[in-house]
Ligand binder design. Structure first.
Ligand code: F6R
Length: 608
């Protein structure tokens, strides 16, 4: 099973191998434990190369003579079945006629295997091999064409999740493409066509992409793209233009994407101030969205991971600025344990990728019930964006490092923008007094001042984190929300056990974990709770912890460690997270870990 992989295909280009390999490199953030490629040269020669490990390992394994003009490739993030050459994709039918790459999970593959394929000897442990063998079976057994067999298998796998690219040696310039609950885009070139999990993979070759809907089949040849719906009816759909430059997805002279993305944050703040404010300094969001928000009696923010942490900050922003009750929820919980909803709910989905399956599960239900929703995302035309009533873009530029940084701060800034617009529309004094545009400028400067002190954070990482087993971030209110995110950043790229704790909760249990030298970092930006958090820090110090503070200038005291520029109390998460991002980055680096691609993780989690 392969759930968050990157897939790419090309038909009709002599440089297919280079295009596929470049595409895989750009998709590696989606999975990186094994990779493979199949190409056909249209003259009866074809090549299958698979390798355990990174795309770079596959590149080494591809010999000089591997060439072709049509092909498919895959980079994998395994859930079931070890990463291995046998389990890597493409998977092949028994007689070597059909080649398939897959992103998703076929839920009923065991039943299908037992029903139809008892005579087949399987070479891998993958659900994908069952699919490719089934296609072969229906072509031979029921005399179906490849397209008919493909359609039949799609019917049999039901509501499983998949992005499939299929090749048939007997139609070597054709790609058969289908998707369900898994992202895929078709790119239109001049004399060639491509398909990929994310437009970033193919931006060097085309900027014109055709959206693909669940249940459709696309048949790509060098000259054309045929689209068929579930019943086989032809559909016409025009391409849309992606204006992003391919170089935006490069890390340039930076050693890692994560460092570049941390450094991008001041620019992102300024860009959001430009995008969502008019020349008179008025906040501007879509009128219909604003009307919908005004008629809601409660906002439900639904998201996962870092985006959920941004939602926790949003909860406070909406309540304070717009006086509307707001709840942030983890999407995987909400989907199956949803709370009793208010009479007029409005849903806000936060998702960097716009593809997170857990969040999409909730959105599907929200749509089925006829409620309105907004997706705040970094990816234009992503699934959550297409399926929600409204979209607001983060405009943060591609985020490639698995650990999310600039999407988090951009999400909070966009939440603040909406909260201000809504609060102003409902005449809230707090919103009128909240001078957001100049504040975003101060935030940008404050972030810049922090990212300019990299050596300092590297020293903190070296002296206080590298050799630790555990670490704690603590805070109250909005500072607690940031503690959760700070702690997630640390654990996911340094593998240090870390927790974000509500400062007042320490004494109710977690303080038992404090040992001599355990780092406890207090985040202190709220006047009302500053002295309480300081007392909680002192309580851990009395038990041997090594305490550090991240404090805004106006609340700082003589022995504080990291002092931040003053910004509005509601916007401090945009600054307090930056030291935590940099400390995590340098700790990971000093431990010799793969900062951008931490173990066991992948970006864009397209399975529940
Ligand atoms: C952590 C991280 C994840 C994502 C989560 C949701 O650094 O990136 O926790 O935030 O998988 O992803 P999106 O925002 O794409 O829905």
């Amino acid at each position: 099973m392969n759930v968050m992989c990157g897939i790419v295909g090309v038909t009709g280009n002599e440089n297919a191998v280079e295009m596929l390999m470049n595409g895989l490199r750009r998709l590696e953030y989606r999975g990186y434990d094994s990779a493979g490629i199949y190409v056909n040269d249209q003259n009866g020669k074809d090549y299958l190369v698979k390798e355990k490990g990174r795309v770079a390992d596959l590149a080494k394994a591809i010999g000089e003579d591997v060439h072709g003009s049509t092909g498919i490739a895959h980079t994998r993030w395994a859930t079931h079945g070890q990463p291995s050459v046998a389990n890597a994709h493409p998977q092949v039918s028994a007689d070597g006629r059909f080649y398939l790459v897959h992103n998703g999970v076929i839920e009923n593959y065991i039943e299908l295997r037992d029903k139809y394929l008892q005579d087949v000897t399987f070479k891998s442990e993958t659900d994908t091999e069952v699919v490719v063998q089934l296609i072969d079976y229906f072509v031979k057994h029921d005399n179906l064409t490849t397209l008919e067999a493909f359609r039949k298998v799609l019917y049999l796998v039901g509501d499983s999740s998949y992005g499939f690219l299929l090749m048939d040696r007997e139609e070597p310039d054709t790609l058969f493409v289908a998707k369900n609950k898994s992202p895929l885009l078709v790119g239109v070139g001049n004399g060639f066509n491509v398909v990929c999990s994310d437009a970033i993979a193919m931006l060097n070759y085309t900027h014109d992409f055709i959206e693909m809907q669940d249940g459709e089949i696309m048949i790509l040849t060098p000259e054309k793209v045929d689209i068929e719906d579930e019943e086989g009816h032809h559909i016409t759909r025009l391409p849309f233009h992606v204006s992003m430059d391919a170089s935006e997805a490069d890390k340039g002279t930076y050693p890692h994407y994560m460092l570049k993305e941390i450094d991008d944050q001041p620019t992102v703040m300024r860009k959001l101030a430009q995008t969502y404010f008019n020349d008179d300094g008025q906040v501007t969001i879509d009128d219909e969205l604003l009307a919908d928000l005004q008629s809601a009696d409660r906002l439900y923010i639904v998201a996962a991971g870092t985006s959920y942490h941004a939602g926790l900050v949003g909860e406070r922003l909406f309540e304070r600025l717009a006086a509307v009750p707001t709840e942030a929820h983890v999407s995987s919980e909400f989907a199956y344990n949803s709370p009793i909803l208010s009479k007029h709910p409005f849903f806000i989905f936060l998702s960097q990728s716009g593809e997170t399956a857990d969040s999409r599960e909730v959105l599907t239900e929200v749509n089925a019930k006829g409620y309105h929703s907004l997706t705040i995302t970094n990816v234009q035309n992503s699934t959550l964006s297409r399926e929600a009533t409204y979209t607001m873009l983060l405009n943060a530029g591609p985020e490639i490092a698995v650990a999310s940084t600039k999407a988090y701060t951009a999400q909070i800034a966009v939440e603040a923008i909406i909260a201000k617009a809504l609060g102003e529309a409902t005449q809230q004094v707090a919103a009128a007094d909240f001078d957001l545009r100049p504040q975003l400028g101060l935030v940008a400067n404050g972030i810049q001042a922090l990212v300019d002190q990299k050596e300092r954070f590297e020293a903190v990482a070296k002296d206080n984190f590298v050799d630790q087993r555990d670490a704690f971030y603590i805070g109250r209110g909005i500072d607690y929300a940031v503690s959760l995110e700070a702690s997630l950043k640390l654990k996911e790229i340094t593998y240090i056990h870390s927790e974000g704790v509500a400062a007042g909760e320490l004494k109710h249990g977690p303080i038992a974990l404090i040992e001599s030298g355990t780092p406890v970092i207090g985040i202190i930006t709220q006047e009302r709770t500053a002295s309480l958090t300081r007392s909680n820090l002192a309580e851990t110090a009395a038990r041997g912890s090594h305490i550090m503070t991240i404090v805004t200038k106006s609340l700082a005291k003589a022995h504080d460690d990291i002092i931040l520029e003053d910004v509005d109390e509601m916007l401090t998460p945009l600054l307090t997270i930056i030291p935590a991002q940099l400390i995590s980055y340098y700790t990971s680096l000093l431990k010799g870990l793969d900062v951008d691609k931490p173990r066991n993780l992948a970006k864009s989690v397209t399975v529940q």
